[in-house]
Design a protein around this ligand. Sequence first.
Ligand code: ZN
Length: 299
Amino acid sequence: MSEIESAAPPAPVVSADPVEIAGGVYVLPDGRVPLVPNAGIVLGTRAALVVDTGMGPANGAHVLERARALAGDRPLILTLTHFHPEHGFGAQVFENEALIVYNAAQRDELGEKGEAYIGMFRGFGESVAEQLVDVRLVHPHVTYDGPSAEIDLGGRTVRLLTWGLAHTRGDQVVLLPDESVMFGGDLFETRMFPIVPYFPPDDADVDGDLWIDVLARVIDLAPAIVVPGHGEVTDVGVVEAVRDYLVALRDETAALKRDGLSADQVVEGLAPIVRKRYDDWDNPEWIDFGIRSFYDKAG
Ligand SMILES: [Zn+2]
């Protein structure tokens, strides 16, 4: 393999087989491949739930096929942790195969930003654009308003919980109370800097303060098994680590702004320090976005 080839990131292809993390609860692990999420499959006696699809129709088809293999002829339900392409833009293959359930904020955010995100992601390189060929955004069959919904899969009730704006406007965790399993989407990642999608003026719908509040609520729920949006399945320690990271980044950024530094100066001075502090975390490019987001909101 040439140096150039080995430097290129692997294609964002969902290729894993399901791994059972609790009785009847499966994850298709992301293998730490960029733009591949941890997708979930939860079996009840009467129905099965799929959490996140991967990006584009081929990845969605892989997740659907694995879900069908596990669920047999039980009806499928699809929900998403949030609208971002690598989590939900494979939903089209589920349109006639599953009942699609989002919260109202997810539905609205997808409708408002979906097409622009397809364009943005196509710009990330050929292997990403390839997965987005023939992508089509689909609307949910059912949405819920308010902070929560329950789905009875038969012998197992799943709670969908949303607290509004954080990583996106419609972040949703999927909690299995009996097994104490939580799917958290991009509210937290294992050993990766949290993704702060702060792209003003196109999309500035991320709020670090509210995100910190949401993580406190997640920690209060005390899930035993935590499935992050990306990275290894782990425990609630990952949520505490991300909260501590965001709190420190917010406070240090605000202090430097009060000292009169520009946003560029804060990034230049603070980002390398933060990078060193978390030297085993991946995706350090998100430090800069985090600093700029906190800087612009700091008083
Ligand atoms: Zn995301």
